[in-house]
Ligand binder design. Structure first.
Ligand SMILES: O=P(O)(O)OC[C@H]1O[C@](O)(COP(=O)(O)O)[C@@H](O)[C@@H]1O
Ligand SMILES: [Mg+2]
Ligand SMILES: [Mg+2]
Length: 339
């Protein structure tokens, strides 16, 4: 194909086309999910544009201060939350929303209700915003039964009941990774088209990886199995090479690298925080769902992460996720510690 023709390619698989194709495999589908997803995609594009302008925004006023027009500058995580709440409600396809930024779940007004509940972290890794490191949005979707008054029970469900999960990473490019329970696919935003294009079809995580990813500054408070595991990453006793350490401190970016290159990401519980830091509903579950769909595993230190049944919407859990064989190793250490 010559250059000119290449510039006008219309056979590109956009995310909308991709989801419509998936929808056509399910004749009973009413298209609600496709509409919901198109609203999530719009939210991601909006936040991506705001993140790209974050440095410039300081020229007209710092977050929390007033700009030259006398308007208050919103912090990016507050702004992102508003964007997603509005996008999700206006889709007319949601009944309950749970956001990291809102203490209570939002029950959608009767007139706008639909068949889905969305749990989300509107801006993950927000402490990294000011230094330009990759950050992201994480989301998980549950379906609710028709003619059902929505309540917390609809979202306090094990992660294995999710019908879809994904994240969008605002990095050197804007990448949306999605699973509807039939594998994992990655889409990159083409800024000139304003469309997410399928660039990473059918992502499979390598069975074993060469990288471990953890905040080692917490090591003095770790339990035995986590300490032993990290020690083995650095000083393997089976003749294998030591693993490399990579830790960005943005879950989306650390998990994205783990998904593509393999290895393990861990945020364990420790003496100070027995349940770790990451939130079950909108961090642990969506990422665990994607990891399993890509052939990897996710473990809490006691069980498969997706089997957890959360009791409250902002509950936390330790998490160990990544390549199948690497997670097997940490599972074996926890099993041995129980004996
Ligand atoms: O700084 P720490 O303790 O290593 O924690 C890093 C983790 O905290 C988070 O930033 C928490 O997410 P939020 O920014 O959404 O609160 C994760 O993205 C990341 O994995
Ligand atoms: Mg987060
Ligand atoms: Mg957040």
């Amino acid at each position: 194909m010559d250059h000119e023709a290449d510039a006008y390619r219309t056979d590109l698989m956009t995310i909308t086309r991709f989801v419509l194709n998936e929808q056509s495999k399910h004749p009973e589908s009413r298209g609600d999910f496709t509409i919901l997803l198109s609203h999530i995609v719009l939210g991601c594009k909006f936040v991506c544009s705001a993140v790209n302008k974050a440095g410039l925004a300081k020229l007209i006023g710092l977050a929390g201060e007033t700009n030259v027009q006398g308007e208050e500058q919103k912090k990016l995580d507050v702004l992102s939350n508003e964007v997603f709440v509005k996008a999700l409600i206006s889709s007319g396809r949601t009944s309950i929303l749970v956001s990291e930024e809102d203490e209570e779940a939002t029950i959608v007004d009767k007139s706008m209700r639909g068949r889905y509940c969305v749990v989300f972290d509107p801006l993950d890794g927000s402490s990294n915003i000011d230094c330009g490191v990759s950050i992201g949005t994480i989301f998980g979707i549950y379906a609710i039964k028709d003619d059902h008054e929505p309540g917390l029970d609809d979202v306090l469900q094990p992660g294995k009941n999710m019908v879809a999960a994904g994240y969008c990473m605002y990095g050197s490019s804007c990448t949306l990774v999605l699973s509807t329970g039939e594998g994992v696919n990655g889409f990159t935003l083409d800024p000139s088209l304003g469309e997410f294009i399928l660039t990473h079809p059918n992502i499979k995580i390598p069975k074993r990886g060469k990288i471990y990813s953890v905040n080692e500054g917490n090591a003095k408070n770790w339990d035995g199995p986590t300490s032993k595991y990290v020690e083995k990453c650095k000083y393997p006793t089976d003749g294998s090479s030591p693993k490399s350490l990579r830790y960005i401190g943005s879950m989306v970016a650390d998990v994205h690298r783990t998904l593509l290159y393999g290895g393990i990401f861990l945020y364990p519980g420790d003496k100070k925080s027995p349940n770790g830091k990451l939130r079950v509903l909108y961090e642990v579950f969506p990422m665990s769902f994607l990891m399993e769909q890509a052939g990897g595993q996710s473990f809490t230190g006691t069980q498969r992460s997706l089997d957890l049944v959360p009791k409250s919407i902002h509950e936390r859990s330790p998490i160990f996720l990544g390549s199948y064989d690497d997670v097997e190793d940490i599972k074996a250490l926890y099993a041995a510690a129980e004996k």
